[in-house]
Design a protein around this ligand. Structure first.
Ligand code: KL2
Length: 585
C-alpha cells in the first residue's frame, strides 16, 4: 500500500568481546581532548583501517596545512611510521597519501586552508550531488578508477590504486566455495526468571541486497564477477532462497528496488508468511528500505516512513530514507490463533535505514541519523514515559569505532574538530577537509541536539531552550564544558562485536573489488543481564532485549576464497546479519 512520505499510519486494532583492549598510547599535543574523549576510538574492538590500527586517532585537531608535511622526509612506507615533529602522526592518511603521490610522481593540489577545494577538483553534476554519489576522482589522481569505470564487465579484478589499502582482490577466480558462517550461541548464559516464564524469542535479519540499478551504475565495483552472476534473474532466486533458509521473524532489507519489491519480493515474502512494509528513497533512485515480519509472530501497531531530505538544509539535501515500525509480539499460536502478546502492552520498535554512501560527507550522515533517532525516540515512547525496546538495523555506511558508530553506541558525540570525511571511517581521506559545522544541523530542522523533536512537550529538547548545541549544565554523561556535542536517549548496543576472525583479520559485512569493511549493523536495547552488552550496559533497564545468538561474520579472505561478493551463491555485495533475541518484559 502506498503511503505518503513521513505520514505515519496506525493500526490500532491489529492485534564486547574485544580481541584487543588497546592502550590509549598516543594523544599528542595538538589533539582535541574533547574529540579524543568523544570518539571512544580506543574502545574500538578492532582498528578499522591501517592508519588507525597503530593506535593513533585518525585526525589532528585541525589540518594545519603545511607544505613541509608533503615533503616530510619521515614519510616512509605504511606501517612503520612514528610521529612527525610537526605533531601530526605520520601514520595519518595525509602522510599515506603523500607517500602515494611520491610513488606515482603526481603533483598534488596544495590547499591553503581547510575550506578550500583542490584546484583540480571535478565538478559534480547535480545528479551526483542529489544522489549522494561519490564524485569520481580526477584521472590524474586515480587513473585506475577511471579506467575501470569505462571498461567492460567480466575482465580481471581491478587493481586497487590506493597503496595504503589492503588488497582485497585475489588474482584468479576459483571454483565456487561456500562461505561458512557459524552460529554463536549465548542462550545458555541466560536463566529464565521463573519457571512459569515463557519468553518471547525472535530473530532479526539485516541485509543489503544490492539493488540492480546501483549494481549497474557502479559496475566497475563488480568486474571480478562473471556477468551471469550479476544478472537479476540469477540473483533474485538466490536472495530469496537465503531469506527462506534463515527464516528470520523480522527482515530489514536495504537497497530494495521498488519494481523488484512490488513484482517479486513482496509477493514471495507474503507467501512465506510475512507482512511487508516499504519506503522508497526520495529523488529518482529506485531503491529503498523494506521491513517485513512474520504475521504469526507480530502484528503491526504503526508504521513510520522517514525521509531525510530537506530542501533548504545543506546537511539534509540527500535522498536517503528510513522506516520505523512499532510491532506487537504475538504469543505462540493456540487452537484459535495467536494467544496474545507475551506481556501486557509489550511492543517492539524496529527501525531500518540506509545512510548516505558518500565517504566525505559525514556531516550529512550524522544529520540523517539524527532525523531517524528523533523518529525512533518518538515512536518508542510509551504512555508511562518509558520506552519500548528498539532494534535498529541498517547499512550505516560507517565502520566500527568511527565517530558515527560511537555516537550510536555511546549515545554521545563531541564533534568539534572532526573533519567531515573522517566521520564514517569508510576510507582514508587524502584531502584537507572541512570540519563538522556547529551545529551539524540547524534548528530549522526541528530536531534538538539530543535528537528529539523540538515540539514534543516535556522533552529534554524543550528544556534546552535556545541553545543550539549541548553545553555545560546539561546532564551530559561527560559534562565537558562548552564543547559542541550531540546526544540521543536510546541505549543501543551492537549485536556484533566487530572483532577479528580466527585468521586475525577484521570481520566484514560488505566486500567488492574496492573495499571489504563493516558498514551493516543490528543495534538493540540491551536488557539488564544481557551478557553480550556487559559490562557496558550494567546500568541497563530491566526491560529490553537479550542477545541469544548471532550468525558470525567472516573476513575478507574467507570471502575472496568464495570469489568475493557477489558470487555464484551469495548474490549481494553484503552478507546478511542475523541475530536471535529474547524480549525481557
Ligand atoms: O556502500 V553501499 O554501496 O552501503 O554497499 O551504499 C551505496 C554504495 C549505495 C547507495 O548509494 O550505492 C553504492 N562508489 C561506490 N559505491 C557507490 C557509489 C560510488 N561512487 N555510489 C553509490 N554506491
Amino acid at each position: 500500500m502506498y503511503r505518503s512520505p513521513n505520514s505515519n499510519y496506525e493500526y490500532p486494532c491489529t492485534p564486547h568481546l574485544p580481541m584487543f583492549t588497546r592502550h590509549l598510547n598516543v594523544l599528542g599535543s595538538g589533539w582535541s581532548p574533547s574529540a579524543q574523549a568523544s570518539l571512544g576510538w580506543w574502545r574500538t574492538p578492532y582498528p578499522f583501517n591501517p592508519s588507525w590500527w597503530m593506535g593513533h586517532p585518525p585526525w589532528p585537531r585541525q589540518f594545519h596545512h603545511n607544505r613541509n608535511l608533503l615533503v616530510n622526509p619521515g614519510a616512509r612506507d605504511i606501517g612503520t611510521w612514528g610521529r612527525s615533529t610537526s605533531g601530526l602522526a605520520t601514520d595519518h592518511p595525509r602522510f599515506l597519501f603523500t607517500g602515494f603521490q611520491r610513488a606515482l610522481h603526481l603533483s598534488h593540489g596544495i590547499m591553503d586552508n581547510a575550506k578550500t577545494d583542490p584546484p583540480h577538483k571535478r565538478r559534480r553534476s547535480p545528479d551526483d550531488e542529489r544522489a549522494g554519489q561519490k564524485p569520481r576522482s580526477s584521472p590524474s589522481h586515480f587513473p585506475c578508477h577511471e579506467r575501470q569505470g569505462r571498461e567492460s564487465q567480466n575482465s580481471a579484478i581491478p587493481n586497487d590504486p590506493s597503496p595504503w589499502k589492503i588488497q582485497t582482490s585475489p588474482p584468479k577466480r576459483r571454483p565456487p566455495t561456500e562461505i561458512k558462517r557459524q552460529w554463536e550461541d549465548f542462550s545458555h548464559l541466560y536463566k529464565r526468571r521463573s519457571k512459569s516464564d515463557s519468553p518471547f524469542d525472535f530473530s532479526v535479519m539485516s541485509y543489503n541486497i544490492l539493488s540492480q540499478q546501483l549494481l549497474q551504475e557502479n559496475a566497475y565495483l563488480y568486474k571480478h564477477c562473471p556477468s551471469s552472476v550479476l544478472d537479476w534473474s540469477h540473483r533474485f532466486p538466490n536472495i530469496l532462497k537465503e531469506l527462506e533458509l534463515h527464516n528470520a521473524d523480522i527482515l530489514c532489507l536495504q537497497e530494495v528496488q521498488e519494481d523488484h519489491y512490488q513484482k517479486q519480493l513482496k509477493p514471495s515474502l507474503e507467501s512465506l508468511g510475512y507482512h511487508c512494509e516499504y519506503k522508497r528513497r526520495t529523488g529518482w533512485k529506485s531503491d529503498g528500505c523494506a521491513v517485513s515480519f512474520k504475521r504469526d509472530r507480530f502484528s503491526l501497531v504503526s508504521g513510520h516512513p522517514v525521509e531525510y531530505f530537506r530542501r533548504d538544509v545543506p546537511t539534509l539535501d540527500r535522498d536517503n530514507v528510513g522506516l520505523v515500525l512499532l510491532l506487537r509480539p504475538l504469543g505462540p499460536p493456540g487452537p484459535r490463533g495467536p494467544r496474545g502478546p507475551p506481556g501486557p502492552g509489550q511492543v517492539l520498535c524496529v527501525a531500518n535505514t540506509h545512510l548516505l554512501y558518500n565517504p566525505r560527507r559525514g556531516d550529512i550522515k550524522l544529520a540523517q541519523l539524527a532525523v531517524l533517532l528523533a523518529e525512533i525516540t518518538r515512536v518508542s515512547r510509551l504512555a508511562d514515559g518509558g520506552a519500548c525496546p528498539v532494534v535498529l538495523c541498517g547499512d550505516f555506511n560507517s565502520v566500527p569505532g568511527s565517530p558515527l558508530y560511537s555516537f550510536i553506541r555511546d549515545s554521545w558525540l563531541e564533534y568539534e574538530g572532526i573533519p567531515i570525511g573522517m566521520v564514517s571511517g569508510q576510507e582514508e581521506s587524502h584531502r584537507v577537509q572541512r570540519l563538522l559545522p556547529v551545529p551539524i544541523w540547524p534548528r530549522s530542522v526541528g530536531i534538538s541536539q539530543r535528537c528529539q523533536y523540538e515540539s514534543q512537550p516535556g522533552t529534554d529538547a524543550e528544556a534546552e531552550g535556545e541553545a543550539s548545541c549541548l553545553t555545560e549544565g546539561t546532564d551530559a554523561p561527560h559534562n565537558e564544558a562548552h564543547r559542541p556535542s550531540i546526544a540521543h536517549g536510546l541505549r543501543l548496543t551492537s549485536a556484533y562485536a566487530h572483532r577479528l576472525t580466527e585468521g586475525g583479520r577484521p570481520e566484514v559485512t560488505t566486500c567488492h573489488s574496492r573495499t571489504a569493511i563493516t558498514v551493516d549493523y543490528i543495534f538493540y536495547s540491551a536488557a539488564r543481564g544481557d551478557t553480550v552488552a556487559q559490562p557496558e550496559c550494567s546500568a541497563a533497564p530491566e526491560q529490553g532485549l537479550q542477545l541469544l545468538a548471532r550468525l558470525a561474520l567472516v573476513d575478507k579472505r574467507d570471502l575472496w576464497t568464495a570469489n568475493g561478493l557477489p558470487n555464484e551463491r551469495n548474490s549481494s555485495d553484503h552478507l546478511p546479519l542475523l541475530t536471535r533475541f529474547r524480549l525481557c518484559p
